[in-house]
Design a protein around this ligand. Structure first.
Ligand code: GDP
Ligand code: MG
Length: 243
């Protein structure tokens, strides 16, 4: 399963952006699993309409940006969904049996409609990083991500962007600049221009994450990367090398 990691400073808007991408992917017939890095992520996820069953919180060790054993976290979350689906299937069969008996006894059929539908299994994972050390320096975060999205608030101090060792900006696949609705226009422009100057080949998307403004372009780019045959090929080679 492809891992999309949302990195960035504390309070930059990671959870909000993650929720928007979740929704966008869902509209395009993906089923994401959302992995938050702390309880504070839960509320923004639910606000954006992430269903409980596709939401899991896995706090990294203190001082670490992403949870170490993400594969275990994903496996557990998928198993919970599978188990629930099993129960639903059992309930349907049991009700069928009961209805056979009721029919012999000339009692009316009980409806299946109160039994929930089986849940689609997730096919892509959205992971939120903590944002340690100003948010952009964790190599582990880059290594975990098939697609790395780094979130930068429009009013970030220029010094922070220019600090050496910002691997998560340097090697981001997509940079999302948030809060452009509440930050003065000239400040936003300075931030965006600085990012473009330092990282000239990067896609920089200024957005209002809370209202989903311009988020469709971010989602388009994510989908393009999820379905790009060349990227798929590279990943196949990677996983063959691992095996
Ligand atoms: N006005 C505005 N507020 C935002 C935007 N993005 C995030 N926020 C707010 O910023 C705060 C932190 O957002 P959150 O997604 O929890 O950030 P995180 O700590 O990086 O996960 C919340 O109050 C959000 O509602 C934005 O683009 N515009
Ligand atoms: Mg968060």
């Amino acid at each position: 399963m492809k891992k999309i990691v949302i990195a960035g400073r504390n309070d930059s808007g990671k959870s909000t952006v993650l929720g928007e991408i979740y929704r966008g992917l869902k509209n395009r017939n993906f089923q994401p699993l959302a992995v938050g890095s702390g309880v504070q992520d839960e509320k923004p996820y639910l606000l954006k309409g992430i269903e409980h069953i596709y939401l899991t919180i896995a706090p990294p060790n203190p001082g670490e940006d992403v949870v170490r054993d993400i594969d275990r976290v994903i496996r557990n979350a998928v198993n919970v969904i599978r188990e629930k689906n099993n129960l639903i299937q059992h309930a349907r069969r049991a009700l069928d049996e009961l209805n056979k008996v009721r029919s012999v006894l000339e009692l009316g059929h009980l409806s299946q409609k109160d039994i929930p539908k089986m849940a689609t299994l997730p096919d892509v994972v959205l992971i939120e990083a903590v944002g340690i050390n100003d948010g952009y320096k964790s190599k582990e975060t880059r290594e975990m991500a098939d697609i790395l999205i780094s979130v930068v608030p429009a009013d970030i101090k220029n010094e922070i962007i220019m600090e050496p060792g910002n691997v998560l900006l340097d090697q981001a696949d997509i940079i999302v600049v948030t809060k452009i609705d509440i930050v003065p226009r000239n400040v936003t422009q300075t931030t965006v221009k600085l990012l473009q100057r330092i990282f000239p080949h990067k896609l920089v998307f200024p957005v209002v994450a809370t209202d989903g403004v311009h988020m469709d372009m971010v989602v388009d780019e994510v989908v393009r990367r999820l379905t790009d045959p060349v990227l798929l090929l590279e990943q196949q080679e990677d996983s063959q090398a691992e095996n």
